[in-house]
Design a protein around this ligand. Structure first.
Ligand SMILES: [Zn+2]
Length: 233
């Protein structure tokens, strides 16, 4: 591993966990621009696996976590290589960064940060987007993609689900002509409630649905028991 260029800056911005080291920074008004380079570089060709020859460098621009309240833009100097293998279809390739998926313009930790702000801090997408200096649509797409990956990348995500609660929820409180419906249908796994296995409730109360679930029962259109055609209203 190469020595870091700026240990203090790397410590404050936690760039070490990105596999980057800061080389320079600038106050760009609404944004903080951080120039960085990878600590380690893999020169292997993605097509054939052979080491390539350094060709040049390009700057990859990424959105990273806000620093002291200002949106941050990373400008990472990334090497490009020439594949010398005559039988390989890949000619020129850019070194991949561990901190960002190929083709993405945000770091992986930004996506995680978005989910944390939305789920834990109950921040709105608008406020989250403003903190990052990104558009609403982009933050919304990142959150939805991450949620889909969390759910569908786990083939056992429906394991143990026997009872579902169904409700409708107002997704947004404005509705303009021509826009899609602002209601979404929410499916909730209430198997632990039915089984009396709710976490964090007194043992004497475990066989009663929580208030939230009572409300759900009152407003739900129906509850299905998986594996049965019985329907309750
Ligand atoms: Zn190659």
């Amino acid at each position: 591993m190469q020595p870091t260029f700026n240990l203090v800056a790397d410590t404050i911005c936690r760039t070490a966990e990105l596999g980057l080291t800061i080389t320079d920074a600038a106050d760009a008004g609404e944004f903080t621009v951080i120039n960085a380079c990878p600590v380690e570089v893999c020169d292997k060709c993605p097509g054939c696996g052979q080491a390539g020859r350094l060709r040049d460098h390009v700057v990859r621009r990424l959105t990273d976590l806000p620093v002291v309240g200002f949106p941050t833009r990373l400008q990472v100097r990334v090497p490009r290589f020439l594949c010398l293998n005559q039988t390989c279809a890949q000619r020129i390739y850019q070194a991949e960064l561990d901190c960002a998926e190929r083709g993405r313009t945000v770091t992986r930790r930004v996506t995680r940060w978005i989910l944390q702000r939305l789920a834990i801090d109950k921040m709105s997408i608008s406020a989250t987007a403003k903190a990052l200096g990104l558009g609403w649509d982009m933050v919304n797409d990142l959150a939805l993609d991450a949620c889909r990956a969390l759910v569908y990348d786990d083939p056992g995500h429906l394991a143990g689900v026997r009872v579902l609660g169904v409700d409708e929820h107002v997704w947004k409180h404005t509705h303009r002509a021509g826009e899609p419906d602002s209601f979404v249908t929410v499916l909730v796994d209430i198997t632990p409630v039915i089984d009396g296995a709710c976490i964090g409730r007194p043992s004497s109360d475990r066989h009663r649905p929580s208030n939230a679930v009572c409300t759900l029962f009152e407003t739900t259109t129906c509850v299905w028991s998986c594996g049965s055609e019985d329907r309750e209203s």
